[in-house]
Design a protein around this ligand. Sequence first.
Ligand SMILES: *Cc1c(COP(=O)(O)O)cnc(C)c1O
Length: 454
Amino acid sequence: MTRPAGLPGAQDIDTGRRAVTNLLKPAERREHILRAAVRQGLLDPEQAVLAGFVDLDGLAATARSLHRAFPDSLRVLHAFAAKANCLVPVLAELRSNGLGCEVATAGELTAALAAGFAPDRIVFDSPAKSRAELRWALGLGVAVNADNFQELSRIDEILAARPPRSRIGVRINSQVGGGAIAAMSTATETSKFGVPLADEGNRQRLLRAYRDHPWLTWVHTHVGSQGCPLDLIARGIGQAVQFAEEVNEALGRRQVVGIDIGGGLPVNFAGDEITPGFDTYVDRLREHAPALFTGRYEIVTEFGRSIMAKNGFTAAYVEYTKNAGGRPIAITHAGVQVATRTVFNPDAWPLRIEAHDPLGRAKRGRPVRQDIAGPACFAGDLLARDRPLPLLDPGDIVVLPDTGAYYFSTPFHYNSLPEPAVHGVHVSPCGQVAFELVRPAQAGVRPELRFAHR
Ligand SMILES: *Cc1c(COP(=O)(O)O)cnc(C)c1O
């Protein structure tokens, strides 16, 4: 194993000789956690063939870097986008790290409340809020961003001239354009989200809406997710801020008091480097939306992927290996049920894969091009095609880094494949690994079959 001089290896830590776990590189930390998971039986070739892991120390560090990126002089609520990982204990951990929560359905709102978020630290966005959902959110005092004019009328009806407890905004679509992944781009000309700002007559209609509804005090935008360049996102936010200034100017009062700038900071799925960071993002915002930094506006952010992706990984056993048409194939227990986007849209959502032996140690050896398949019964259930990796054997373990967001927390129930267990992880400074169950594995298999070998 090659490692820069001076860094302790997982072996050293395992024997408890010397322990500086925070000097471990991300891949070494994953290996260290994986070996502990095997030793403690959280991964087992018969009983637990697939599991997700959330690095709770990593999460705290990410939260700190997010808080640090924005100047202390601003009032900022970082509302984590619950859809990226809506497991209640994960949300509770984020809450204890000073974050709020962005929700888009009644289910996510239920999870956010269960995680202990105060209603005024929750933001409800969705293009399809029902009357019942709106009544519930407004009754609680959860912040609401209306998606369209019809929703604004509904809110008006529900409020029935009573002043709201909630912060209420309108989502605008700046129509600045799309990024590399069409399905993730929400600021295209014809996007289904928000009020398209440049469409004929909309600015005037919006201005009237703000004038007629003094409780309309926020502007919301979310330009898009993975695949949107930072400059595109920042330009879209710039438009939202400019629109807020226009409203306040036209009304001759500072009615708009806050801007919700959405999420969408892209994640590097090609390596362990965290790039771009939140600080780079804030630099771009200063360029394109300087008014955000004057202190005139409160700010809400809604990051999801950039908070969670690198703080989680998935691990699965290799059940069988074979050759077909001259190509080696490893059949693993991770496939479409945990990596749905990657399997159905591999070019947009490539994942790294790491090869480990049955004890969880990183496999060395000459890379051999092989397919890494999942367990589901369709030919396309592949995590990777033709991927150079040390040749996998039955009983080996594959690790999928960067799957903390939108992967194991968002299962797909094809083939009645069960949801895997998810474990939270803390690593003490002396290398002790402590796991806590974040979600039990779904009991998807009749126990008499599952345990028949015993
Ligand atoms: C999905 C979504 C987010 C989070 O996007 P990320 O790319 O995960 O940061 C934020 N706000 C809204 C409205 C969303 O739909």
